[in-house]
Ligand binder design. Structure first.
Ligand SMILES: Cc1cc2nc3c(=O)[nH]c(=O)nc-3n(C[C@H](O)[C@H](O)[C@H](O)COP(=O)(O)OP(=O)(O)OC[C@H]3O[C@@H](n4cnc5c(N)ncnc54)[C@H](O)[C@@H]3O)c2cc1C
Length: 277
């Protein structure tokens, strides 16, 4: 049960959304932008957060945009994961968004997955591998910046800002790709490891979720994977240890097991995407 009265606001424009958030904050209510609402509801029920106002982004057209514009693919933050899976213009993203089951994917959103508090944030991985731009809106208006400027382990919008869209150069969306997702039991589980890979002109780009406490792209691991001449197995083993982050170790899997999953997936990626030395 959520033991509080909540102000619920459903703006129809970007400006209305930012104003509603600012007004709620001024009134001393703790505002949250809301999309699918699954995480907000769960966390509020458990008493982990105490929202006083919810600003629902689902009626803001820019947050629901999906398509092509000026040589870019546009993904609105309030799109459901199923809408992204079904559209498929960025095949690696469509694969990465295929988490949980069909029913839950009708609820979970891109923005909620990337901005959420759970450590997996699997849908950000494909974007981290491209020159993706994040379009944000807040009290100062709109800005568009490279995703890397506002995403480091988690989304870091400015005060009162929300994610409107992610935009990807069309040419990068069709690069050869690879994804491996490893779970403990059922494919509905949270991942022990998700590896997303794109093969670009300069070589392999890779990003990982599940193995660490946040999703990451590792240039150090990429350098090793792209070394010419060395055997795939050797490069994969060295790259798996090159992230410089503590591997998760919990009741679902040991750090050694997760690192072995990462090594195996990297070797598969090198072989499949033709980078074998
Ligand atoms: C059954 C289940 C299984 C799951 N399995 C996985 C999994 O395997 N892998 C994985 O990566 N995730 C998994 N998740 C996590 C899930 O993807 C996120 O918790 C979920 O996407 C949140 O989406 P939502 O739209 O419901 O978010 P909401 O609950 O609406 O919001 C979540 C958070 O994001 C913020 N937010 C939402 N939209 C925006 C925006 N546009 N700009 C700024 N902030 C915003 C909200 O303020 C809130 O803090 C699972 C969740 C469930 C319920």
């Amino acid at each position: 049960m959520i033991p509080r009265n909540l102000v619920y606001n459903r703006p129809e424009t970007l400006a209305e959304a930012a104003s509603a958030f600012a007004a709620a904050r001024e009134e001393g209510l703790q505002p949250y932008y809301l999309a699918g609402g699954t995480e907000i509801t769960t966390f509020a029920r458990r008493g982990l957060i105490a929202p006083g106002a919810l600003i629902d982004l689902k009626n803001v057209p820019e947050c629901r945009q999906l398509g092509r514009e000026d040589g870019e693919l546009v993904f609105g933050a309030a799109l459901t994961l199923n809408e992204i899976v079904g559209e498929g213009s960025f095949p690696l993203l469509a694969a990465a968004a295929k988490i949980v089951d069909n029913t839950v994917r009708n609820r979970l959103t891109l923005g909620g997955n990337i901005a959420g508090m759970l450590p997996y944030r699997e849908t950000v991985l494909p974007f981290l591998l491209t020159a993706a731009e994040a379009r944000l809106f807040g009290p100062e208006g709109e800005r568009e910046v490279p995703l890397a400027e506002v995403f480091s382990r988690r989304l870091k919008p400015g005060p009162g800002e929300f994610l409107v869209q992610l935009r990807v150069p069309e040419a990068e969306a069709s690069l050869p790709w690879f994804r491996r997702r490893r779970v403990k039991q059922s494919r509905l589980d949270y991942p022990l490891l998700t590896l997303c890979v794109l093969r670009a002109g300069e070589g392999i780009r890779l990003a990982v979720a599940g193995a660490f406490d946040a999703p990451v792209r590792s240039r150090e691991a990429e350098e090793i994977v792209n070394e010419a001449g060395a055997p795939a197995a050797d490069r994969a083993a060295r790259a798996a240890g090159a992230f410089g982050l503590r591997v998760r170790d919990d009741q679902r899997a040991s750090a050694e097991y997760r690192e072995e999953l990462l090594r195996g997936a990297l070797e598969e990626a090198i072989r499949e995407l033709g980078g074998e030395g």
